[in-house]
Design a protein around this ligand. Structure first.
Ligand code: XBP
Ligand code: MG
Length: 256
């Protein structure tokens, strides 16, 4: 049995519901600014989310849908330019306080800190987006609560590749058995699983509730709070109605 030492959090969909009203909106604003007649609807975006990474997602869209493109366009410069603009829009949306953390996330992070757990972020999104979310929800000092912020292009292969979790563990000199990961999507679970981490807690959301979470230890609909209980969906059950450190330890111990 390994000792639990660290909590590794995905960001998009897990700590906050950023995709529908954040990333998607920012992509559309960037398309408008660039004079592109493209629009990603709430439904289209469910399909687009199969590809992680904003640059990778735009390339996938262009290849699959062949939308109208400006004459003589060079995709190798257009995609990064569009992505810079999208990141600007996204961080502005966060700055307006439009996207709160999900139910129970702040409570769990605070309890983990109080109990001496090490914390890290393992995400596909751009580092500036993580900083903006943390600053605008938990406060500027919260960035330092996370020992490692593993994000974006720090590894060449994004989720579902295991690289981002392996990179975070390497930086922290942790073994997979010493960690628990928090995810919301099928790609996220595959990434964690293939990194060797066995303890995986999934909170579903609008876009991921029908995903295949094979390999997850526990699947619930939200972290929950006292008075706002979670719903157990699959795997190890949480009886208290919300995820606290006792539940986190129970989930870790069930598979380590
Ligand atoms: C998050 C993503 C990201 C964001 C966009 O996946 O797929 O691509 O949608 O971020 P996960 P960027 O939650 O599995 O890490 O545009 O900054 O790439
Ligand atoms: Mg996610």
């Amino acid at each position: 049995m390994s000792e639990l030492k660290a909590l590794l959090f995905d960001v998009d969909g897990t700590l906050a519901d950023t995709e529908r009203d954040g990333h998607r909106v920012a992509f559309n604003l960037a398309f408008d600014d660039a004079g592109l007649d493209w629009h990603w609807s709430v439904d289209d975006y469910a399909w687009l989310l199969q590809v992680t990474g904003g640059k990778e997602r735009m390339r996938f869209f262009i290849e699959q849908k062949q939308p109208p493109l400006p004459a003589n366009v060079d995709l190798e410069s257009m995609i990064p330019e569009l992505h810079r603009s999208k990141t600007d829009h996204y961080t502005h949306l966060l700055g307006e306080g439009r996207i709160p953390l999900r139910v129970g996330a702040e409570r769990l992070i605070n309890e983990a800190r109080e109990s001496g757990m090490r914390l890290a972020i393992a995400t596909t999104t751009t580092p500036a987006n993580v900083t903006a979310l943390l600053e605008n929800t938990l406060g500027a000092e919260s960035i330092d609560w996370f020992e490692v912020i593993a994000a974006g292009d720090v590894v060449p292969a994004k989720k579902p590749a295991p690289d981002i979790y392996q990179w975070a563990m390497q930086q922290m000199q942790l073994q997979p058995g010493e960690c628990i990961a928090f995810e919301d999507s099928e790609n996220g679970v595959i990434s964690v699983r293939d990194s060797g981490i066995k303890a995986i807690l999934v909170t579903t959301n609008h876009y991921t509730e029908d995903h295949d979470f094979n390999g997850a230890t526990t699947v619930i609909d939200q972290f929950g709070d006292p008075g706002n209980p979670l719903r157990n969906i699959e795997g190890v059950k949480i009886d208290s109605g919300f995820v606290d450190m006792a539940a986190v330890r129970q989930i870790h111990a069930a598979v380590n």
